[in-house]
Write a protein that binds this ligand. Structure first.
Ligand code: 8NA
Ligand code: MG
Ligand code: MG
Length: 339
């Protein structure tokens, strides 16, 4: 393993996901900006204000982290294996405990049934959503980072767990394929060297996966191909949001998260920081729209690439539940080492 240690990458991934959710949440679905100030300028100032705000109340996480924590806890409890019923029950119990975390408007209709032992087929409730077409919301992808940490060699296992575990709530292929892309992006970042990182081979790896899992569809694969051109032409954040999306739908948000990470490997005009994780989150939030979720997904990928060392100390103080993220990362790491 090159660069920071693999354990550090596990920590970086879960902390990055948490940070993106907590820091992106204040910007979700539109922000009233002072006159003459761009969204990116406002986000930069928000990030810079941390040191002076130390000791203030914590920035809280939302559904993205609430569900990701359940995914991680289930994988830990089941020793790195996927157990549908165990994970489903945890989603349900977590929602019952704290229903006010900002869940999607439709997923909440089926969360109670996922914890009911009388639910015979645990995948059935999700299939009833949207007149039987299933949800294509980004809720499958937003919580999938811990799955990307599963299995050091076997990408097939990552793909399988990502697909099956998102089907518990997202039966539409756009929904679960978005989770497959996000999990594979985390997995690939985790096993890449940030110093010699090659954007083209990273995208080609993801393309091979998505070409295969999408079959004749070309939605995610098409976006990955488009990204190669965009990285060369470097469009504005507004144009990136138009092309790749910044919405609540998986196919209109997961590609934007992947792009944010790749674009922020190098400096971005208007984001005056050398910290690449911080740059990635500021960029992702500046795409506007579903900011907490896009930043959380981008943070998970970037954190897996750069490791815990790239997480500013001020964040650890400012964010809710950092100790849990570190514990889960360590437990997942220990399970994977023992495989
Ligand atoms: P979901 O499954 O309820 O989907 C979210 C939304 O996507 C739905 O309410 C629909 O508007 C739309 N949608 C999904 N599938 C279809 C379909 N087949 N046809 C038509 N419309 C569809 O929940 P989810 O878990 O996927 O949602 C995740 C998002 O919700 C994340 O962005 C998360 O942060 C959260 N969120 C909450 C708020 C809030 O203020 N409470 C705002 C934005 C996002
Ligand atoms: Mg959220
Ligand atoms: Mg969101």
């Amino acid at each position: 393993q090159v660069g920071s240690s693999l354990r550090s990458r596990f920590r970086g991934c879960l902390l990055g996901a948490l940070a993106g959710d907590c820091l992106g949440c204040p910007y979700e679905s539109g922000t009233l900006l002072p006159k003459g100030v761009t969204l990116m300028e406002n986000v930069v100032e928000f990030f810079q204000s941390f040191d002076s705000k130390r000791g203030a109340s914590k920035l809280t996480f939302t559904d993205d982290t609430a569900m990701a924590r359940s995914v991680a806890e289930s994988l830990i409890h089941c020793k790195g294996k996927y157990n549908a019923r165990d994970m489903a029950r945890r989603f349900s119990e977590e929602y019952a405990r704290e229903p006010g975390r900002g869940y999607g408007a439709n997923v909440i209709d089926i969360l109670p049934a996922l914890g009911d032992p009388n639910t015979e087929d645990i995948y059935a409730p999700a299939k009833t959503q949207f007149d039987g077409s299933g949800s294509y919301g980004n809720g499958g992808a937003m919580r999938i980072a811990p799955v990307g940490l599963c299995s050091s060699e076997n990408l097939e296992r990552v793909i399988e767990i990502a697909r099956e575990s998102s089907k518990l709530t997202h039966a539409n292929k756009l929904g679960y394929n978005g989770a497959v892309l996000q999990a594979c992006a985390v997995h690939s970042a985790l096993h890449s060297d940030p110093v010699t990182f090659d954007t083209t081979s990273f995208l080609d790896g993801l393309l091979r996966v998505m070409d295969r899992v999408e079959g004749t569809d070309d939605l995610y694969a098409g976006k990955l191909r488009e990204m190669k051109k965009m990285l060369a032409s470097d469009p504005s954040t507004e144009d990136v949001a138009k092309k790749l999306g910044n919405e609540i739908a998986a196919h209109r948000s997961v590609p934007a998260a992947v792009y944010s990470v790749l674009r922020c490997l190098r400096p971005v005009q208007g984001i005056p920081t050398d910290n690449r994780l911080e740059r990635t989150l500021i960029y992702a939030i500046s795409l506007d729209g579903d900011t907490d979720t896009i930043a959380s997904m981008a943070g998970a990928i970037a954190g897996a690439l750069y490791g815990r060392e790239e997480v500013p100390e001020a964040w650890l103080e400012a964010l809710e539940a950092t100790a849990d993220a570190l514990r889960q990362a360590d437990q997942l790491f220990d399970i994977m080492q023992g495989e």
